[in-house]
Design a protein around this ligand. Structure first.
Ligand SMILES: NC(=O)c1ccc[n+]([C@@H]2O[C@H](COP(=O)([O-])OP(=O)(O)OC[C@H]3O[C@@H](n4cnc5c(N)ncnc54)[C@H](O)[C@@H]3O)[C@@H](O)[C@H]2O)c1
Length: 244
């Protein structure tokens, strides 16, 4: 039997990159997955796609209600959808700050807020949030992004403590730079894409970027019974980026 046979899973940001990889792996290991995204057209085959903006409280409440009735409950919630920013505190607009927080921090809060009551009723559940090493250390020109991912890490720890005796584990992954479509877009938008990519690789102690699958494997570990005694933790998957 696979690790996720019979497990009912919700993944946000499932149409691309890390969320796509974890959705595919959950399916491969026997799980049933409701795969939410702004545009779910490219979620992996076999997942139940759902169009949702995670920043929208009504749509997130509907997503959770839909997933609970379609699957009979939610055992695992992965709040993975996220957006970036490329500005300093001085240059960030209030609109950019609010949108980045609305997706990254509020979206994570909403998923937890609406999924937790069902988990509490059953006395079991697992939540894995996708944070970032940008929530642990500062990166130039990532003011809103770093702050929003710091919020995800703090909320993960808070909820882990709150629900530790209720059979619910809450953890996050903190990826470094991942070779996902997100980073492809950043590289393509740079003045000198080749030089920018080389710069990203050069700062990596392991001399390469992560693959989405490498982050997804850590998510699956945290979501599985192998991590039965792990809660409130942030698993860093960064090839050594913040170790130095
Ligand atoms: N790529 C990296 O280097 C990196 C590093 C650290 C953390 N992360 C985090 O990993 C997560 C996934 O990133 P990725 O690299 O796979 O990016 P990606 O852009 O390849 O995928 C993100 C997905 O989230 C979806 N999404 C964005 N806003 C949404 C919203 N409001 N509602 C629903 N879906 C939404 C997008 O449509 C997309 O399918 C994000 O939370 C990101 O912050 C990425």
């Amino acid at each position: 039997m696979s690790r996720f046979t019979g497990r009912r899973i919700v993944v946000t940001g499932a149409a691309s990159g890390i969320g796509h990889a974890m959705t595919r792996m959950f399916l491969e290991e026997g799980g049933t997955v409701v795969a939410a995204d702004l545009d779910p057209a490219t979620v992996p085959d076999g997942a139940l796609g759902r169009a949702v903006d995670v920043a929208d409280p009504h749509r997130m409440a509907e997503l959770i209600t839909h997933a609970e009735s379609a699957m009979g409950g939610i055992d695992i919630l992965c709040n993975n959808a996220g957006v970036g920013s490329t500005t300093s505190v001085v240059d960030a607009t209030v609109e950019e700050w609010d949108r980045v927080f609305a997706v990254n921090a509020r979206g994570t809060f909403l998923g937890m807020k609406y999924a937790l009551p069902g988990m509490l009723e059953r006395g079991s559940g697992v939540i894995v949030n996708t944070a970032s090493v940008a929530g642990m250390v500062g990166f130039r020109d990532r003011a809103s992004y770093c702050a929003s991912k710091g919020a995800v890490i703090a909320l993960t720890k808070q909820a882990a403590i709150q629900y530790a005796r209720a059979g619910i584990r809450v953890n996050c992954v903190c990826p470094g730079t991942v070779d996902s479509p997100w980073v492809e877009r950043l590289v393509d938008g740079a003045d000198d894409p080749a030089a920018y990519r080389a710069q990203l690789v050069a700062r990596q102690p392991m001399g390469r970027l992560a693959e989405s699958d490498e982050v997804a494997r850590a998510v699956l570990f945290l979501a599985s019974d192998d991590a039965a005694f792990v809660t409130g933790s942030g698993v860093v998957v960064d090839g050594g980026l913040v170790a130095g």
